[in-house]
Ligand binder design. Structure first.
Ligand code: PDD
Length: 274
């Protein structure tokens, strides 16, 4: 397992950072998760654009072109396997712990490549629970400070559910680590991008595929009650792709099995990935 750390490639066990790293002390950093299918980085430019938006949002100056990033990742890719790149950038190490940004600090750049394990719930469907969205107001930033997300995901797991679907002001936003789609009156609906959700790359692909294939689709707010009455509910992410929710808050969704539009969109996505 070779990982990248600050310009070097080294075995995972040898990759070390200082306890003074602000990523460790404060969660002062951002990250990306980029799937690799058949040796190709999936929607690479989109991921780098989102990374740059995250960096800008936390005022971390680190400019690399997509080609420079590609050059960093390439040596870690393993043949034709389905993998994902995890990339994390923190503000770096300062001599002392201080909330204010240190001057002349060098960002820490870490990347590793892992196999994508197919998610078992993808074809059977999962149970989900709705929970109050306790996160901050910059959810569009892919920040490494994920404590609220972790507590929400664990709360779902403790209730025998695979994902938490988050509710703000009576409307559903997204999952603890996924975006959200619902089929309501034969129309595919997903909440619009805002500071309340992460602009998912999988979400974008699904919107494009719907458009290109004549599937009625729009971005709109979804009230909790509307979600609970939807005929299909999906959550989407780079690592799990499209996952149908077949039970929500203890009630079956639609027929209690992955719905027809899920099967159609999943087929379109699998074809698009090739
Ligand atoms: N998470 N919303 C949140 C809060 C997420 O953490 C993620 C992905 C998504 C989906 O985005 P995308 O389709 O670009 O993966 C939405 C990644 C996979 C993670 O944290 O591991």
């Amino acid at each position: 397992d070779t990982v990248y750390l600050n310009g070097d490639y080294l075995p995972l066990a040898d990759a070390r950072i200082s306890v003074m790293d602000r990523g460790f002390l404060f969660g002062d950093g951002v990250y990306e998760v980029i799937p690799v299918y058949n040796g190709r980085l999936f929607r690479f430019e989109d991921h780098i654009r989102r990374l740059n938006n995250s960096l800008r949002a936390i005022r971390l100056e680190l400019e690399k072109s997509p080609d420079q990033w590609r050059g960093i990742f390439q040596p870690m890719l393993d043949g034709d396997k389905d993998q994902y790149i995890y990339l994390q950038i923190t503000r770096g190490c300062a001599p002392r712990r201080d909330h204010g940004f240190p001057e002349h600090v060098v960002p820490t750049v870490f990347a590793m490549c892992n196999d994508i394990k197919p998610f078992a719930g993808r074809l059977t469907g999962i149970k989900a629970v709705t929970l109050d969205d306790t996160r901050w107001q910059m959810c569009h930033v892919k920040a490494t400070a994920l404590l609220a997300h972790l507590l929400l995901r664990q709360e779902a797991l403790d209730r025998d559910c695979a994902e938490a679907i988050l509710v703000r002001h009576g409307y559903v936003t997204e999952g603890a680590a996924s975006n959200l789609f619902a089929v309501i009156d034969d129309e595919l609906i997903t909440p619009p991008n805002s500071h309340e959700i992460l602009p998912g790359i999988t979400r974008d692909v699904i919107l494009e595929l719907a458009q290109a294939n004549g599937i009625a689709c729009r971005e709109d707010i979804i009230a909790l009650e509307a979600l609970q009455n939807a005929s299909e509910v999906w959550v989407t992410s780079s690592t799990r792709e499209i996952v149908p929710v077949v039970e929500l808050d203890g009630q079956t969704v639609g027929a209690g099995t992955p719905g027809p539009l899920f099967h159609r969109m999943d087929q379109l996505l699998q074809a698009y990935k090739q």
